[in-house]
Design a protein around this ligand. Structure first.
Ligand code: ZN
Length: 139
């Protein structure tokens, strides 16, 4: 899956060779070559390969936008599955942690591992439409 890269130091109007771009984005050279294979534009087909900063930014920002997949209400991120999961039996417990929010506790529908999700109290009515939520107030 997608690794982490840094785009902040990439200058739109600067040219980068593969090694320079790798250093600037804090990734390895093979990673930059993979980006080129995956469709990152370059200046021309001459060697050494030269990439304009804006070409790299366009490609990487697009990647970043695609990597962000907001969770649907009622979904949890399971640390064991490393993916978004529904809760087991569509049930969850809600523990208020402050006046404005709390923690939803549920079990992963796939591996039955506990999953927690911090939610805002104002989102609870929406969550209750899809999940059977039991509110637990700790003393
Ligand atoms: Zn799981």
């Amino acid at each position: 899956m997608s690794g982490r890269f840094k785009t902040r130091a990439i200058k739109a109007n600067k040219t980068y060779e593969v090694g320079e771009l790798a250093d600037t984005a804090c990734v390895s050279i093979p990673t930059v070559r993979n980006w080129l294979k995956a469709g990152m534009q370059k200046v021309d087909d001459q060697r050494p390969t030269v990439i304009m900063g804006f070409q790299a930014l366009e490609f990487l920002n697009h990647r970043k936008a695609n990597a962000k997949r907001p969770m649907v209400i009622g979904q949890f991120y399971c640390m064991r599955c490393k993916d978004r999961r529904a809760s087991l039996g569509a049930m969850a417990d809600y523990e208020p942690t402050s006046a404005t929010g709390g923690r939803l506790k549920a079990f992963c529908a796939v591996c039955e591992c506990p999953c927690n999700l911090n939610v805002r109290a104002c989102d609870l009515p929406e969550i209750c439409k899809v999940l059977d939520v039991e509110i637990r107030v700790s003393r």
